[in-house]
Design a protein around this ligand. Structure first.
Ligand code: GLU
Length: 305
């Protein structure tokens, strides 16, 4: 019998500096990988170039190093992966799973009958049977079915979505020519042979889309574990948009201990004044996945902001 190889990843988008929310995802995925003798890869999710901030990718990597993270192999940059995304899209077009769409945002907003969980309109299927006469293709969409897509998340339990009802045919290549995150993440998780996706629960609702894509491409599925996300006192996920403060490298041991506590680990508070190597030694020895709170979000006040 083949021994399964654990391969995890941390996949930040370089839209700004690392903040506490991304540190939690990095700590959780890193410890899950290392305590299972696995590899841990870093991927820069810079496919959405207009949203990326110059210098942010290097800044993120330097911050990870200062926090004592070590990753396996070279960093994979999505901006260098266009050919792989184009090949996957072509395969899906050939299989009849993807179709061109001429709708503008306004067309969709006017024709949509339902809203999706993420607040956007569910695509009403206007171009499913072909482009309206004389209208050029703007985007490319995956044709989704309505049978339930379900999986058992290692933290959040059983998750089920009916893509046609809950999301609608979704975009794989945008009107501006860029490949969508859903396609890029799926192609790259397969390419990097990721066995375990450990990331924030803000991506839980995207997972059935990624599973549908993996299945359409004939790829095997990783296991998923969605960690609780750090929310600000207003209940919003800490992110660049909600002005999450950048991590202070000078407080790395204390921030690591804070991330461990957030993930339900009983790190002795005295570790906060130790060095990062000591914090990691404690964490690798004492990490208990079963102590990670089975919640989608937990309030975490800003520190140092
Ligand atoms: N790039 C995504 C983010 O920073 C993470 C994607 C993933 O882990 O699948 O939110």
């Amino acid at each position: 019998m083949q021994v399964p190889i654990y391969r995890g990843r941390f996949a930040p988008s370089p839209t700004g500096p690392l903040h506490f929310g991304s540190l939690v995802a990095a700590v959780g995925s890193h410890l899950d990988a290392r305590t299972q003798g696995g590899e841990w890869l870093v991927r820069m999710e810079d496919v959405d170039a207009p949203r990326c901030v110059p210098g942010a990718a290097d800044d993120i990597l330097r911050t990870l190093e200062a926090f004592g993270f070590a990753w396996d192999g070279p960093v994979l940059y999505q901006h260098r992966r266009s050919e792989a995304y184009a090949a996957a899209l072509d395969a899906l077009i050939d299989a009849g799973d993807v179709y061109p769409c001429a709708c503008s945002r306004k067309d969709i907003a006017e024709a949509a009958r339902r809203m999706a969980d993420d607040g956007g309109p569910v695509y009403p299927g206007t171009c499913r049977r072909g482009l309206p006469a004389g209208q050029p293709a703007r985007a490319w969409r995956l044709r989704v079915g309505n049978s339930p897509v379900s999986f058992v998340d290692r933290i959040q339990g059983e998750i089920c979505q009916r893509l046609a009802d809950d999301v609608g045919d979704f975009v794989l290549r945008r009107a501006d020519g860029l490949f969508a995150y859903q396609l890029a993440v799926t192609v790259d998780d397969h390419f990097q042979q990721i066995s375990d996706v450990v990331r924030g629960a803000d991506l839980l609702a995207s997972t059935p889309r990624q599973i549908a894509l993996l299945q359409a491409l004939g790829y095997s599925l990783p296991r998923y574990a969605h960690l609780p996300v750090a929310a600000n006192p207003a209940g919003e996920k800490w992110s660049k948009q909600t002005r999450a403060p950048a991590l202070d490298v000078g407080r790395a041991p204390a921030e690591l201990v804070r991330a461990l506590h957030f993930l339900g680990q009983a790190a002795p508070p005295a570790l906060a004044t130790a060095d990062v190597a000591t914090v990691w030694a404690w964490a690798c020895e004492h990490w208990r996945f079963d102590r990670v709170p089975r919640r989608a979000a937990i309030m975490a006040p800003a520190v140092g902001g």
